[in-house]
Ligand binder design. Structure first.
Ligand code: TYM
Length: 343
């Protein structure tokens, strides 16, 4: 039986990158058989690796939980909770810090991007961030982890940590971690620059569509999205695996991005989307994309807004989830301590 774990940071508005790359897939996985448990975690311990205003953090933790439920994660089927309520995450992270090698962390590209030029001033937490991710997953001995493409390197590191633990202590305790990266929009790019990832931290609001954006905002943002001067490409842009070939992705990143988003929202293959728009102008694609985002994303946003006003309900979901997560992870942590030789 499979055990699922994934996490989302409560740092600012969730956007369609988070939704298409990850949260939509959490919902799809719910229908799979063969799943013993699924944990969806609001990772507030990860959030404080960079400064967070306490009141804002509280608010956004609830908002992220609301987004999970509004997107279709059923709290009766999945365990929704926030990380700081379950002590095993931080405790196991320390143990795994002693398993992970500095050289492995030095290779993490996301740390380099986030710390930028001022590495000396970055928090130790930001550096050890991926070890806490490994701890999140392994606290529940989860094997399947649905994420967007940007988390692939972190999950490879988590797998290496699990394997080294098993090897060093001569046990077969942790399962092999498998990233689940699927769908048409595993890496949604900025609407202002198709070479940059769509991100909560981008200064420009026009770079992303947030789940809470209303119809007019969506329309306006798509209207202003960067394009190029050609018409939409033909089927020659698709390779044998059904993806955009690397040449077209480098030469026309904005066109590829808008088509990928359209496919993600409409659940279409890239071939189908290209067939529909080949030779047409960007305005045709933008009109269709606007309609599609308005019909699929704004209902989720409205549901989030409704849910946020019921703080008691959201609190109760997080508390109940944390109780189950605490119990499940405690059992594993006891076994881990025993393996290590702690009394
Ligand atoms: P976070 O909060 O940055 O993003 C949450 C999820 O959204 C995906 N994502 C994207 N997918 C496609 N295109 C984009 N532009 C885009 N931006 C974000 C991310 O891949 C992610 O799946 N470190 C994680 C949270 C985490 C976690 C974990 C994930 C903590 N512990 C354990 C899995 C397992 C993060 O920062 O996600």
């Amino acid at each position: 039986m499979d055990r699922i774990f994934s996490g989302v940071q409560p740092t600012g508005n969730l956007h369609i990158g988070n939704y298409l790359g990850a949260i939509q897939n959490f919902v799809k996985i719910q229908k799979r058989e063969n799943i013993s448990k699924a944990y969806y975690c609001v990772v507030d311990l990860h959030a404080i690796t960079v400064w967070q205003n306490p009141l804002q953090l509280k608010k956004e933790t609830l908002e992220t939980a609301a987004s999970f439920i509004a997107a279709g994660i059923d709290p009766k089927k999945s365990i929704i909770f926030n990380q700081s309520r379950v002590s095993s995450h931080a405790e196991l992270a320390w143990i795994l810090n002693c398993v992970c090698r500095i050289g492995w962390l030095n290779r993490m590209t996301q740390f380099k991007e986030k710390a930028g030029k001022n590495k000396e001033k970055a928090s130790v937490g930001l550096y050890a961030y991926p070890v806490l991710m490994a701890s999140d997953i392994l606290s529940y001995k989860s094997n399947l982890v649905p994420v967007g493409d940007d988390q692939k390197q972190h999950l490879e590191l988590a797998r290496d940590i699990a394997n080294k633990f098993n090897h060093d202590y001569e046990v077969n305790f942790f399962p092999e971690i498998e990233p689940l990266i699927f769908g048409s929009a595993t890496r949604v790019m900025s609407l202002r620059n198709g070479k940059n990832k769509m991100s909560k931290s981008d200064e420009s609001e026009f770079s992303r569509i947030n789940l809470l954006d209303d119809k007019d905002t969506i329309k306006n943002k798509i209207k202003k999205a960067k394009t190029d001067s050609e018409t939409i490409m033909g089927l020659e842009a698709i390779d044998s695996s059904g993806e955009f070939n690397s040449n077209i992705s480098i030469q026309r990143p904005e066109a590829v991005n808008l088509l990928n988003i359209f496919c993600g929202v409409e659940n279409l293959s890239k071939k189908e989307a290209v067939k529909t728009f080949s030779g047409k102008n960007f305005s045709d694609l933008k009109d269709a994309l606007t309609d599609s985002l308005i019909s699929k994303i704004t209902p989720i946003g409205m549901e989030i807004k409704k849910m946020i006003s019921d703080k008691k309900y959201l609190e109760s979901i997080l508390l109940e989830g944390a109780e189950i997560a605490e119990e499940d992870s405690k059992k594993n942590l006891l076994e881990i301590k025993n393996i290590i030789g702690f009394n």
